[in-house]
Design a protein. Structure first.
Length: 84
């Protein structure tokens, strides 16, 4: 597997931008220089992230999200680095 990350990635299995193998490997996201752990989807070229808005769910049981614009920096997590 290559170490280059896609321009767009989603955690939703119904999305065409979902890649379970890459997500299982571990992805970290820096948004505006701050580490974010609640990212549902990102797009580097358009400069946005979708973040889960608390514990709120929509009528289908999916997390409610907020779309924020700014610089996005995805990276692969180190083997021993845990996601908190």
């Amino acid at each position: 597997m290559t170490d280059t990350l896609p321009d767009r990635l989603s955690t939703d299995p119904k999305s065409p931008h979902h890649d379970p193998e890459l997500l299982a490997r571990g992805i970290g996201i820096r948004f505006k220089g701050v580490e974010k752990t609640n990212v549902e989807e990102y797009c580097v070229s358009e400069g946005w992230v979708r973040l889960a808005a608390g514990n709120a769910k929509d009528r289908f049981g999916n997390p409610m999200t907020v779309k924020l614009k700014g610089p996005v920096e995805p990276y692969l997590r180190a083997e021993g680095e845990a996601e908190t």
